[in-house]
Design a protein around this ligand. Structure first.
Ligand SMILES: Nc1ncnc2c1ncn2[C@@H]1O[C@H](COP(=O)(O)OP(=O)(O)OP(=O)(O)O)[C@@H](O)[C@H]1O
Ligand SMILES: [Mg+2]
Length: 311
C-alpha cells in the first residue's frame, strides 16, 4: 500500500529550475532513498509533500490525503526533518523541546528522554547559538518525538559528526523494524546503502530512475584484473570467451568483467595459466551512483524497480 504518493508533481520556478512531472511512491514499511545532485529538486518535492508549497500540476499525497489541503491532519502522522534547520529566537534547547512537545502533541516523556540520550544534546544552550550539528540533532529529536509512522528526512545526517551519523543510522534501522515508512534524501552513500529498500534518482527536476537497492547491489559487476607471467599466456587468454574491459599488452594484464554466473567457468580456465597477480575489484554502490552524478556514463533506463546491470 502506498503511504506516500507523488504524481506528476510540477513546480516550475523558471530558468529551468524546479520539479517536473515527478512521480514515485513509498509503500508502507518501506524506506525510499531520494538521491540527486545539488539543486535537483529533492527538498522542493519534500516541501510539497509537507503541504508547504502549492504545485502547478500533479499531486502530493500522504495516507491518501492531499498534502496542500490536509496538512494539519497529515502533520499528526509525519515527522519532517527539513534540509535547512531554522530554529526560533530566544529559546534554549529545553524551551524549544517544550514548544515542539506542545505543537506535536508528544506526550511520551520516555521516548523523548531516549532520543535526547541517543543524540546527547546540551539543552541549556540558546538554540540560535548552537552549532550546525547541534541544531540538526535537536531537529531530529523534534521530528521523532511523537513517534510518527511516516518520516520525511531531508539529508538527516548532514552536519553530524561520524559517531552521530552512525548512531543515527542505527536508530533508523530500529525505526524500520518498527514498520516506519521513510522518504530519505541523502548524499551519503553508506547511509543509503544501510537503510534504503529502493532508490529514486532525481536529476534536473525529473525522476530518471527508480531501482531496488538489493537488485542494484546484486547486479553490480566485478572487475577482475589478471596479470600473466608470460606473454604467450596473455595472448592465449585473449581468445577465451570473457568480456574484456581493458587489456595491456606491455604488462601482460587484462581486466575482465565478471558476472556471478561466470565464476565457475573462470576458475576452470584460469588453472591452465601461469598468473603473476589476481585482483578482484567489486563495483560499489557509491561508484555506481557516482557515474550518474558525474554524468560520464549512461545511467538509468530503469523504472518500476526493474534494474539493469551496471553499464
Ligand atoms: N522558492 C524557490 N524559488 C525559486 N527557486 C527555487 C525555490 N526553491 C527551490 N528553487 C530551485 O529549485 C531547484 C531545486 O531545489 P531543491 O532545493 O529542491 O534542490 P535539492 O535537490 O534539495 O538540492 P540539495 O542537494 O542542494 O539540497 C534549484 O534550482 C533551486 O534553486
Ligand atoms: Mg535539498
Amino acid at each position: 500500500m502506498a503511504v506516500i504518493e507523488v504524481n506528476n508533481l510540477t513546480k516550475d520556478y523558471d530558468h529551468g529550475r524546479g520539479i517536473y512531472d515527478v512521480s514515485f511512491e513509498v509503500n508502507k514499511g518501506e524506506t525510499l532513498g531520494f538521491l540527486g545532485p545539488n539543486g535537483a529538486g529533492k527538498s522542493t518535492t519534500m516541501r510539497h509533500l509537507m503541504g508547504f508549497a502549492a504545485a502547478q500540476k500533479g499531486s502530493a499525497k500522504i495516507l491518501g490525503m492531499e498534502s496542500r489541503k490536509e496538512y494539519a491532519k497529515i502533520l499528526a502522522h509525519v515527522g519532517y526533518l527539513p534540509g535547512e534547520v531554522a530554529l526560533p529566537e530566544g529559546l534554549n534547547g529545553t524551551g524549544f523541546i517544550n514548544m515542539m512537545q506542545g505543537l506535536r502533541k508528544a506526550k511520551d516523556q520516555g521516548r523523548l528522554e531516549k532520543l535526547l540520550d541517543i543524540f546527547s544534546i546540551d539543552l541549556q544552550q540558546n538554540v540560535k547559538r548552537m552549532s550546525i550539528g547541534e541544531k540538526r540533532k535537536l531537529a531530529v529529536v523534534a521530528a521523532f518525538m511523537n513517534d510518527p509512522d511516516i518520516l520525511l528526512l531531508d539529508e538527516p545526517t548532514s552536519g553530524l559528526d561520524p559517531v552521530m551519523q552512525e548512531k543515527f543510522i542505527e536508530f533508523i534501522k530500529e525505526e524500520k523494524k518498527r514498520g516506519k515508512t521513510i522518504l530519505l534524501s541523502s548524499h551519503i552513500f553508506a547511509e543509503v546503502e544501510a537503510l534504503c529498500d529502493r532508490i529514486a534518482i532525481i536529476k534536473e527536476g525529473k525522476i530518471v530512475s527508480v531501482v531496488e537497492a538489493a537488485e542494484v547491489k546484486h547486479g553490480l559487476r566485478k572487475i577482475v584484473e589478471i596479470t600473466f607471467n608470460w606473454k604467450n599466456d596473455y595472448h592465449k587468454f585473449l581468445l577465451e570467451k570473457f568480456e574484456f574491459e581493458s587489456t595491456d599488452e606491455e604488462q601482460n594484464k587484462v581486466n575482465i568483467i565478471m558476472e556471478d554466473a561466470d565464476i565457475n567457468r573462470f576458475l576452470d580456465i584460469i588453472v591452465n595459466y601461469n598468473i603473476a597477480s589476481f585482483v578482484e575489484n567489486p563495483v560499489t554502490l557509491e561508484e555506481y551512483f557516482m557515474h550518474f552524478y558525474k554524468n560520464d556514463r549512461k545511467f538509468g533506463g530503469v523504472t518500476n524497480g526493474k534494474s539493469n546491470k551496471y553499464q
